[in-house]
Design a protein around this ligand. Sequence first.
Ligand code: PEP
Ligand code: MG
Length: 924
Amino acid sequence: MKQSAMKAKAATSSTKTSTTSKASRSHPYVYNFGRQTDGNASMRELLGGKGANLAEMAAIGLPVPPGFTISTEVCTYFYAHDRSYPRALAGDVKTAIGLVEAQMKKTFGGKDNPLLVSVRSGARDSMPGMMDTILNLGLNDVTVEGLANISGNPRFAWDCYRRFIQMYGDVVMGVQAADEESHDPFHELLDALKKSLGKAQDSDLNAADLQSLVAQYKELIRKRTGKAFPQDVYEQLWGAIGAVFGSWKNERAILYRQQYGIPAEWGTAVNVQAMVFGNAGDDSATGVAFTRDPANGEKSFYGEYLVNAQGEDVVAGVRTPKPIAAMEKELPESFAALEKVRTKLEKHFKDMQDFEFTIEKGRLFMLQTRNGKRTGLAAIRIAVEMVKEKLMDQRTALLKIPAESVDSLLVPIFDTKSQKEAQMIGKGLPAGPGAATGRIAFTAAAAEIESRKGNKVVLCRTETSPDDLKGMLYSQGILTTRGGVSSHAALVARQLGKVCVCGAGEVTINYEKRTLSAGGVVLQEGDYISINGTTGAIYKGLIESADSEVKRVLEGSMKPEKSYTYELFQTVMEWSDKYRRLRIRTNADTPAMAETAVAYGAEGIGLCRTEHMFFEGDRIDYMRQMILAVDQVQRQEALKKLLPFQRKDFVGLFKAMAGRPVTIRLLDPPLHEFLPQDDAVRRQLADKLGLPLEFVIERIKALHEENPMLGCRGCRLGILYPEITEMQVRAVFEAAASVMTAKNPVPVNPEIMIPLVGFKQELADQLAIVHRVAKEVMTKNGIEIDYLVGTMVEVPRAAITAEEIAVQAQFFSFGTNDLTQTTLGLSRDDMGLFYDEYQRKEIYNKNPFASLDQTGVGKLMQFAVENGRKSRPDLKLGICGEHAGDPDSIEFCHRLGLHYVSCSPPRVPIARLAAAQAALREKK
Ligand code: PEP
Ligand code: MG
């Protein structure tokens, strides 16, 4: 929405100066650039990005039209003093204009050879298109004639004037379309004129036509505002400066700042610069370019230009610009000059630049440069190649790559064109990155059938349970309508490297009718759906996607030397490993997952959720039999069946990890995740276990908990049923013994972890069992096994009593999923209902289950670290909640002094880079 009222106010405030308060003048208000340059690139805070880089370009001898920047401190003053300016500013601006006049040999408001200027915003971080710009300022009924004479081109002069009135009328005087359905009133006049003259293009209008249009524009302004279009050039200038400062608080800019976390206090600078004309004939042009390709990072000149045009023509899209390569033929001398500038910019700024230029009668001018936005792949390629080209060192290069962008080298991605053309039908939480497309399956069984037919599948569920694991394995992606990013579906999907969108509240799944409805579209089971787990977007139909080359190399289906992307990936990983201090472990429950994680660079397992080891095949039934058991005899019977599975799995894990630490967490099954809710599955279970269905139903009823996440889970289960802990510990040590004493022995390094501890007595209870059983197995096998026993810190009480708990625990692993849940009093499965509103109101800057709440949960962690070390200085410290894969949270863990972070296998590379960046930032 446009802010006409605000603009009008800014305009009327014009040269109003404050008389009451003195501006504390720690810095000048105005910084020149050109022959005299006062600023430089390091002064972004004061001059904004655009102003600082204009100064830098001028200082290194690039052709920058002269001008000056009014600092961001004036913006702060403007808002603090009822939109007025410090008293001295008017004089400073006049002096600065004088300097520009001298360099351009033109006069501002002069009738013979008038100086025209542009007035542009420029915040510390670029906010493209969010604030206002005015071009061709300084034209009036007299100077337009002067411009016509001196250029020998009256059409050009009148075209500049009508463009200026149009922009000024809109931006400064608030003459705009009445609402979103109406047309821009200036465009309406322009179109009507062309129609009445039978001319199709703007360029068909001659000087006389444009002159009559100017008269109409001025009349429109007078009618709408009751004021004449200002003829005084300084009045024009102050109107424009006020509008640009005023646009810092327009609705678009506020929204943009919220989106990108830009503080309102920063303010914008205002850049006033001599106009140069890309519309001065066929030897003139304007364009934008990148020094390298921002999509793939290739070192090729990338950009576009328009001959005989001004900047806004490129943006408005009225004419289609040509690719920059075409300039080599069309304007060869200008192209050669531009190539030189391209090289100089990179050499100087030591990063890929995105710049704007104008060519006026064959002469090149630079209007802006900034570090170019780029894709993840491009970020990596540019950083690696710039090190090779000696433009930067490894440390700088690593800091230039957003850690998350490593993901784009690993995940399957949609074909960009197909994605653009696809119909988006809804959005959920981005929970497992990448692109998945496939036929809708509503059950695990349907997913298996579809996949066996050779089709790709997306498993769509309201929520997932262990019964769905098989279906997840057969699927390309998982979509759920409930649950947060640390819900079961999300964390299992991430561990498996599956694409996942969860908590998509606007999507309705009707299992009976076998339909999925969203965004007014109803899809049937078997129809194609596509999900983007990086953005959370859900699309109707099939979108082409492909596996990443890096994944193919790591899986062995592609030769490393065939993939340049893999070479880039490897390089960044090697550099990261050189600089990081944190160790990177993984959350893995099966040998296959562990092997993938090791290929990605994992140095150990930081969390093996043993309950996940029972997801497969018949095991889930024995697990359920154990949970449903009414007495110890029944439980022992189920445990006896589970023991060999556990032992075999631990053997697999130990072998896969080959002596690296393996943290095995004792059973922690929130019962609602493990007991069947479905009648059919309950019946199957009863049949399988030879139990009456009524018994199964009754037991499930008896075990029902109102808050299973806070119920009989974690160490409470092992305390209630010590035989469960005993079986698990036995399986671990028997597996270790068998691996260590095998024909080809493999070293083992087990760490037993007790979940959900809040009292030291809970830990003592479980520790006694662990040590007793470990000793029994070691004595029986006549070997010594080095092992550690520690605890998760995942309820506030454990953090608060860390000093007591560390007396017995050899390590702490922060379970920040539960620690967030219990500290915030916020269910990790139920935030979908209010999350959007919380985000909109900026109550949560980020999802607290995805990125650590450092000021809340983080404080508890810090307290636990400091106090735990009081009783045990060599306390081993790690984190295994989902936050361990989030770069900001990793940096926080580095600062806390943790020894390792443990994340899902596909996030291991991101964690390696993020850990290196944390170490490098600390040194800076
Ligand atoms: C945690 O709570 O952070 C954790 C790792 O355990 P889980 O997610 O299995 O509850
Ligand atoms: Mg937990």
